[in-house]
Write a protein that binds this ligand. Structure first.
Ligand SMILES: [Zn+2]
Length: 367
């Protein structure tokens, strides 16, 4: 991470005049227009929040900043007026900011309600009605259709933008040897070729760390991440390939794309209903969080397991490799419950149902 480019600015900002009421922390800044992230230094002083990053200096009224509720162990998110956002690991600073905002936000909400209570009420009713309709019916159905007709080139672009964001926020470089990586890539390429489709399949190796642990997950266009921890947990390559076949299944059924559309749909809808059109632009920056924290539906997991099971039957005549690694995944000390990111540990449907399903595929001898 680089420091702000112009050191001369420090003198203009009087950062040395810190008083006990001031708050300062490091964060990652997204401008709300692109998914590019920039390291930033944030300073809260009185009623002003100041962001400094490469080539950027912006100040916001503290009252206009909203703090997103904490999401498991992912980074804390601040939404800035105008659609930009900040993400930070500094939970203490955010807690201090929340205490401060709690007072101010409460006050301004009361003022708003007193002067324009009917606007607030109408907005609330509108949000409730839209939410009900979309969640019940419209949104998942629309998201499914949109996912199926999304051009592969669009998904490939989304993949490359998302890889950067995911790397900077969730994963570390792999320590798996280049020779081992090359060998697994070759096996993965054969699997992907066999399964086909208009996707640009590629396999990326990363260390999962505390947040992701032993896991694998796929981006919409065919980019599949596998963590060092998962490779260590696997007793043989069949187990790894079983997991990768499951991820290829998610790609081919366009589960991630669907997930993103559902996430984007809600965000857009809330923004528009609340009259905050500009913040809709910030959704691109939020894609990694949708993908990593929301998890797939039970139906999507079953579909991916089915694909993996059928492939394992064809290749090895048994679904045991995937069963074995799933059992081991649930036994190991993973990230805390509630902070598990997708894919394999998200456990929809539950472990036992997944094992029973894979056993049934084996009993039927595959298709
Ligand atoms: Zn899955």
């Amino acid at each position: 991470m680089s420091q702000p480019s112009n050191p001369d600015r420090d003198s203009d900002l009087n950062f040395s005049d810190l008083t006990p009421g001031e708050l300062s922390f490091g964060a990652v800044y997204f401008d709300g227009l692109t998914s590019r992230d920039r390291p930033a230094q944030v300073q809260v002083s009185g009623q002003t929040l100041l962001v400094r990053s490469e080539g950027l200096e912006a100040s916001y009224p503290v009252g206009g900043v909203s703090v997103e509720p904490p999401l498991a162990r992912l980074r804390r998110v601040l939404k800035l007026p105008g659609g930009a956002r900040l993400e930070t690991d500094d939970r203490r600073a955010i807690a201090a900011l929340e205490r401060r905002l709690g007072r101010n936000a409460g006050l301004s909400l009361v003022q708003r309600l007193e002067s324009r209570w009917w606007v607030a009420l109408a907005s609330l009713l509108g949000v409730l009605a839209f939410t009900f309709l979309f969640i019940q019916d419209g949104l998942p159905a629309l998201a499914g259709v949109a996912a199926q007709i999304t051009p592969p080139a669009v998904m490939a672009t989304l993949d490359s933008q998302t890889v950067q964001a995911i790397d900077s926020q969730y994963l570390k470089p792999s320590s798996v040897s280049p020779a081992r990586q090359a060998q697994l890539r070759q096996e993965f390429a054969a699997l992907a070729l066999e399964r086909g489709g208009p996707y640009r399949f590629r396999l990326l190796f990363r260390e999962g760390g505390d947040l992701v642990g032993a896991n694998a997950f796929a981006l919409p266009g065919g980019t599949v991440f596998v963590t060092d921890e998962l490779l260590t947990l696997a007793k043989n390559d069949r187990e790894i390939l079983g997991v990768l076949a499951h991820e290829v299944g998610h790609v081919q059924h366009r589960h991630a794309m669907r997930q993103i559309y559902q996430g984007l749909g809600l965000t857009l809808m809330f923004s528009v209903v609340a009259g905050d059109v500009t913040s809709a632009a910030s959704v691109a920056a939020a894609v990694p969080a949708f993908l990593l924290s929301s998890g797939y539906s039970r139906q999507a997991e079953t579909q991916a397991d089915n694909d993996a099971g059928q492939w394992l039957m064809k290749r090895y005549g048994t679904t045991r490799p995937l069963q074995d690694i799933l059992k081991r995944l649930t036994l190991q000390d993973g990230p805390e419950v509630g902070s598990r990111v997708m894919d394999l540990l998200a456990s929809h449907p539950g472990e036992q149902a997944r094992l029973t399903h894979l056993q049934a595929i084996e009993a039927a001898g595959g298709k």
